[in-house]
Design a protein. Structure first.
Length: 477
């Protein structure tokens, strides 16, 4: 499902730079511009311009504890006798002597950076206009002391043009979503400017007004599908050039290892996005989008779904009035028939992250009740058999004839709680956990409700999914 409303809320609440930070940034930039205009920096100042993610509308909220950075260009006339390093060094010297900024100054290759107590940083880069010819722009690299051709304004125009073709501001939204994905997964590398070029390059003039860009999730599906197709055709690092400055090869930031990893992860996430988009069941689709973007996506609806067993029990009370108070009592009366169809696909249940292996095996789960986690064995229990709170169950995974799997596999367990007691305790879980030893895992019985455990068979060498068990339902009284 597309879940457009959830995408809009997710962008507003989790991805986009929030209004307070935008206002702080704007105030800080205006103060810096005023300081530079009144300084003894040296060159004639022609203008200022936002650059990078800020200028392109693709800036995102930093993760908790992280800062966000923005780029400010200072366009200046060339100064006779100045080398490239002079523009950066003399701008830095001005801020070193400024009462407001002297403790916030850092110098880098192309810019002077003002850092605001770990919250945000503003990179101020001199850009010399007209040194080579009237309309030339050059940034200054002080490390090799070299001027470098640049096209910042033209690149921003190009981004805005591709965004207009997509419509709905969707190029910028999709770029923000992909940068957010990069930041929460932390398992691939792609600088923001390169992500922006890759997204924009896969939006064509012929796309304007087409169904492939009808809304944000559709645009995301279209772009990542095209990007993945292109990446799969290029096993080695391709030349990805600045679309408005052909001499600049942006992909030079990657080595082959970084590129191959990026290519693999985009292929993986393309599959997850297609799966979530094409899923017709709403709960399952939410869960699959959460596999892509984390639990913050549609978080409110996922929390409400935690009460599904309680709501089913209430509706059934119309027929069996007074015979039960919740799903536990209903299961004791009606057995498996009482289970709501959606219980095993609730949105907060984490979806598998492994690629499927070509060969699949049957996985079964057995369970033994113990006095406590390390206590004496009581008896074998079966799925949906009521058990007392305070005990523990040891689960074991095996093949279709009851034999443990070989050492070439590992068993990963998905443990999910439901109902009010677990919800109130913040213990709905739904995540994956390793085995305690071999192919077994012990869980304590802490919350009244109908919960479930599943075993996933994963290859130890290739990390592929070779099979999963049916849910083993644990009914805790």
């Amino acid at each position: 499902m597309k879940l457009v409303t959830h995408f809009n809320s997710f962008l507003d609440d989790e991805v986009n730079l929030n209004k307070t930070r935008v206002e702080l940034l704007s105030d800080s930039v205006e103060a810096l511009k005023s300081a530079i205009k009144g300084s003894n920096f040296g060159p004639k100042i022609l203008d200022f311009a936002a650059h990078g993610s800020w200028a392109h509308g693709t800036i995102i909220k930093p993760l908790p504890g992280d800062e966000f950075d923005t780029d400010l260009l200072v366009f200046v006339e060339p100064v006779n006798g100045w080398e490239a390093k002079d523009y950066v060094n003399k701008l830095g010297a001005f801020f070193d002597g400024h009462n407001t900024y002297k403790d916030k100054v850092r110098r880098y290759s192309h810019c002077v950076t003002i850092e605001y107590a770990g919250e945000r940083r503003i990179d101020i880069a001199p850009c010399v206009k007209g040194r080579v010819h009237q309309d030339s722009y050059e940034v200054c690299n002080r490390t090799p002391n070299a001027f470098e051709l640049a096209s910042p304004l033209a690149y921003t125009d190009w981004v805005n043009g591709r965004n207009a073709v997509a419509g709905g501001n969707d190029l910028k939204k999709v770029t923000r979503l992909l940068k957010y994905l990069r930041d929460i997964k932390t398992n691939f590398t792609c600088p923001s400017f390169l992500f922006t070029t890759l997204v924009g390059s896969h939006i064509y003039d012929s796309d304007k007004g087409t169904a492939a860009f009808a809304d944000t999730p559709t645009c995301l599906k279209t772009v990542i599908g095209r990007l993945d197709d292109w990446l799969q055709q290029n096993s080695s690092v391709p030349e990805i050039r600045n679309p408005v400055l052909w001499s600049e090869i942006q992909s030079r930031v990657w080595n082959q290892t970084h590129y191959s990893n990026f290519r693999d992860k985009i292929n993986l996430y393309r599959g997850w996005i297609d799966d979530a988009y094409n899923e017709v069941d709403r709960d399952e689709s939410i869960g699959k989008w959460q596999r892509v973007f984390g639990d913050a996506f549609a978080a409110g609806e996922a929390k409400e779904a935690a009460h599904v067993s309680e709501s089913v029990a209430k509706s059934a009370a119309l027929v069996l009035a007074g015979q039960f108070r919740d799903l536990v009592d209903l299961v004791k009366i009606k057995g498996r028939e009482a289970l709501p169809a959606r219980i095993a696909r609730l949105p907060y249940v984490h979806r598998p992250r492994w690629r499927a292996a070509s060969q699949q095996y049957t996985v079964k789960v057995s369970a033994d009740l113990h006095v406590s986690r390390y206590g004496d064995h009581i008896r074998t229990v079966s799925s949906l058999e009521p058990v007392q709170k305070g005990r523990a169950i040891r689960f074991r995974a095996m093949n279709n004839v009851g034999i443990p799997f070989s050492s070439g596999f590992k068993i990963v367990w998905r443990v999910t709680n439901t109902d009010k007691a677990a919800y109130d305790a913040g213990a709905l879980r739904g995540d994956f956990y390793s085995s305690d030893s071999g192919a077994s895992r012990t869980e304590e019985l802490s919350y009244r409700g109908v919960h479930f455990v599943e075993a996933f068979l994963v290859g130890s060498g290739d990390n592929r999914l070779y099979g999963k068990s049916e849910p083993f339902y644990v009914v805790i009284e």
